[in-house]
Design a protein around this ligand. Structure first.
Ligand SMILES: NC(=O)c1ccc[n+]([C@@H]2O[C@H](COP(=O)([O-])OP(=O)(O)OC[C@H]3O[C@@H](n4cnc5c(N)ncnc54)[C@H](OP(=O)(O)O)[C@@H]3O)[C@@H](O)[C@H]2O)c1
Length: 368
């Protein structure tokens, strides 16, 4: 017996069609038939849409989508009952002869996806905003919430943690979740608009400070916030070689000068530096050695295999129910708009696009 479904199918680079597909309802052990309610559009989807970068040799036709949220219509799983509201993140999402999640009805295999239960009081649209994916290393994607939890895991309770790119998807999740866990969070953003937006947005999350790294003298301000020895006003930074800060660590996906200056002036001795992006930086070697910093390169993979990963992600869903964790989406698009959302649009278009400069958060796709 099979059930009819509709699937957003990439047929050629830059061309997607809504195709009718048939899902076999005779489920094998561990499989679920799911009605998909929401997914999201993220930068890697744009790359797949254009068959560029890591998708240059993508086998077509291919149903797109990496993650989603929905309701279980039928279950052959011992863990997930029929009627459950779930979020699902595919572990492998292309070139494995299976398709992605952008379909109205989907057969999901427990082995192929991380499956998370959504509490009854939490909206599926909100869960879609926090399970939206972000590019990971080695041909993987990760939910921004999973990535943020993984990058925060190395820190002891009540640490002071700097997060760069704090208006980015991972940065914003790390800021909110870190503050809710009881850490003292310091956000680095660029520009006064982002700084004031973020300060307001996170006002009730916990201990949060925001620094605009586009402002002059930002290192001095940050050093005062990071409760170490501050760089005295009037000192030249380059002369202040022996200054170190008091922050317990930093979560950084960007690299560059902001990271080097933070390591030089804001982190304490033996602080933890979690790097999940950015190039190798020769200028980091000196502060890393001088302060004996512990540098960790991406820990999402190992986090996913830890026994409590699922529990931690579901606990964060409960914060959404309390309205304390507010994942950010800036637009809800119908799935017929999905292709437009991945294109670079002219300024006069009526379509929302994920490549729009200045956006904060992701576009959610609604499968109605
Ligand atoms: N290794 C892993 O496992 C892993 C996991 C997740 C993500 N990643 C990588 O981490 C990066 C961030 O991911 P995301 O999903 O959070 O991306 P995103 O939503 O696009 O956010 C990127 C953020 O970085 C900021 N930014 C970009 N270029 C900058 C620059 N030159 N100077 C200062 N700030 C800059 C942006 O600032 P504005 O807000 O001012 O535009 C934005 O806030 C990506 O490169 C992704 O591939 C790696």
């Amino acid at each position: 017996m099979s059930t009819k479904s509709l699937a957003l199918t990439l047929v050629r680079p830059g061309t997607m069609e809504l195709r009718q597909v048939f899902q076999d309802e005779r489920l094998r052990p561990g499989e679920l038939l799911v009605q998909v309610e929401y997914s999201s559009v993220q930068p890697l989807d744009g790359e797949m849409f254009n068959c560029s970068g890591m998708f240059a040799d993508l086998q077509l036709p291919h149903v797109m989508g990496v993650e989603g949220v929905g309701v279980v219509l039928k279950s052959a799983s011992d863990h997930v009952p029929e009627g459950a509201r779930i979020a699902f993140l595919l572990r492998k999402f292309f070139n494995d002869d299976r398709h992605g999640t952008w379909q109205k009805r989907l057969v999901l295999d427990e082995k192929r996806a991380m499956i998370l239960q959504v509490p009854p009081v939490v909206g599926l649209n909100q869960i879609a905003a926090c399970t939206t994916s972000t590019a990971g290393g080695s041909r993987t994607t990760r939910s921004v919430e999973v990535a943020a939890l993984a990058f925060l895991k190395p820190f002891a309770p009540q640490s002071q943690i700097i997060v760069s790119g704090a208006c980015g998807a991972v940065g914003l999740a790390a800021m909110q979740l870190g503050a809710l866990m009881g850490h003292k969070m310091v956000a680095f953003v660029r520009g006064p608009e982002r700084a004031s937006w973020l300060a307001k947005e996170l006002a009730d999350c916990g201990k949060v400070a925001v620094v605009d790294t586009a402002a002059e003298e930002w290192v001095r301000l940050a050093s005062l916030l990071c409760s170490g020895e501050s760089v005295a006003v009037g000192d030249h930074l380059e002369e202040a070689e022996h200054v170190c800060g008091g922050a317990d660590g930093m979560v950084d996906g960007l690299g560059g000068e902001v990271l080097t200056l933070s390591a030089q002036y804001l982190l304490r001795v033996r602080a933890t530096l979690v790097r999940f992006g950015g190039e190798e930086l020769p200028s980091l070697e000196e502060p890393v050695q001088r302060l004996r910093l512990k540098v960790l390169r991406e820990s999402v993979e190992s986090f996913m295999t830890t026994s409590d990963a699922k529990e931690r992600v579901e606990a964060a869903f409960a914060w959404i129910g309390d309205a304390r964790y507010r994942p950010k989406a800036w637009h809800v698009a119908s799935w017929s708009e999905a292709a437009e959302c991945m294109k670079d649009q002219p300024t006069w278009t009526r379509f929302a696009t994920q490549v729009k400069p200045g956006r904060i958060g992701r576009i959610i796709l609604k499968f109605d």
